[in-house]
Design a protein around this ligand. Structure first.
Ligand code: KG4
Ligand code: ZN
Length: 336
């Protein structure tokens, strides 16, 4: 079966085609980063309007790339939530219209399930069961995954998500949006040991996270340096970025390891935008090597939001018998 997938939960419009037999056939993406940059973050109204502009040209593009006609598509998958309500409605409406016009099933996909399964788009593919570290702009979760649709939440953030911690500290330091990649680039020139920052809940017994204190600690550092010397030197900025990144990565790494020990599982899967972070990747590779485990990442370009992960989740649900192919009335549920 061939599934077309639509993603429009935030600031990326993504459309993709996935075959249940042959995997990813084509995907096309438009990022709104340049449009929102001037505002220092995503403007929901602008996001919705841009999704409308982009979604049909991207659909044409994936069909042309894969050499597939509309009549060859068997099912439609779309992001039902969570996300920005207006943005989600664009993808949901297009997907529903497409499905209705062609008499196809429409499969609503939870955005996080899309992220969670995206490492299966890489080779080698992780086998079930595994522990998943889901680190996006809106969520930070550890999950035990026994199969498609079989997810047990082991722990999650009590306040800010890891991506949010990157974004908010980057904003405090006057770096661009999205902050994660910008802060990470600056951190490459810095020395993480130059500043001591807290590692919230590093030693707590549970698998939960808390990142909001880190943001406050960075702000306090910035203020005291400004008071003492009227501002930060370039090197101090890089050092502070490196220290912030190290604090976030240390906590993520330690909790992921704790989850592996608690579940006894040997496979770790990392998904979501922060999964693109080089420092996090290196730290987890090292940690897994030393404990005799394996770590799997989503392909770099599929860490942040995209249509491929949504089409793929739809295809996986069909394969697992978890998609209702006859009644898509439930598909009207949009979960912001
Ligand atoms: O998964 P995603 O595209 O969107 C959500 O579903 O939230 O994740 C976006 C998040 C942003 O917070 C962004 O700053 C972060 O992922 N991010 C990174 C990197 N690339 C993206 N954070 C750290 N290092 C990166 N290289
Ligand atoms: Zn996402």
């Amino acid at each position: 079966m061939i599934v077309i997938g639509f993603e429009s939960s935030c600031d990326e419009t993504g459309v993709a085609l996935v075959s249940t037999e042959h995997g990813l056939l084509a995907h096309a993406l438009h990022s709104q980063i340049a449009m929102h940059e001037a505002y220092g973050g995503v403007v929901p109204e602008l996001a919705s309007r841009d999704h409308i502009r982009r979604v049909l040209p991207l659909t044409r593009e994936v069909l042309a790339t894969a050499g597939i006609g509309m009549d060859q598509i068997d099912a439609v998958a779309y992001t039902a939530g969570p996300g920005l309500a207006g943005a989600l409605l664009v993808g949901a409406s297009v997907a529903q219209s497409f499905a209705w016009a062609r008499g196809l099933p429409a499969i609503p996909i939870h955005h996080l399930e899309g992220h969670l399964l995206s490492p299966l788009l890489a080779t080698p593919q992780p086998a079930f069961p595994f522990v998943a570290l889901l680190v996006s702009g809106g969520h930070t979760q550890l999950m035990r995954v026994d199969g498609v649709g079989s997810y047990e939440l082991l722990g999650e953030t009590l306040d800010d998500a890891a991506g949010e911690a990157f974004d908010k500290t980057a904003k405090l330091m006057g770096l661009g949006y999205p902050g994660g990649p910008a802060l990470s680039r600056l951190a490459e020139q810095g020395d993480a040991a130059a500043f001591e920052l807290p590692r919230p809940m590093l030693h707590s017994r549970d698998l939960d996270f808390s990142f909001s204190g880190l943001k406050t600690a960075v702000l306090t550092r910035l203020r005291s340096l400004e008071k003492a010397s009227g501002g930060l030197s370039e090197q101090q900025r890089a050092d502070l970025a490196a220290a912030t990144e190290a604090a976030i990565v240390d906590v993520l790494g330690a909790k992921a390891l704790k989850a592996m020990r608690q579940t006894g599982l040997k496979r770790l899967v990392v998904a979501g935008g922060v999964g693109a972070n080089r420092h996090l990747r290196a730290q987890l590779l090292g940690a897994m090597k030393s404990m005799g485990g394996q770590v799997f990442f989503a392909p770099l370009e599929l860490c942040t939001d995209n249509g491929a992960m949504i089409a793929y989740a739809g295809a996986m649900r069909i394969k697992a018998g978890l998609a209702d192919l006859h009644d898509s009335s439930h598909a009207f549920t949009v979960r912001p």
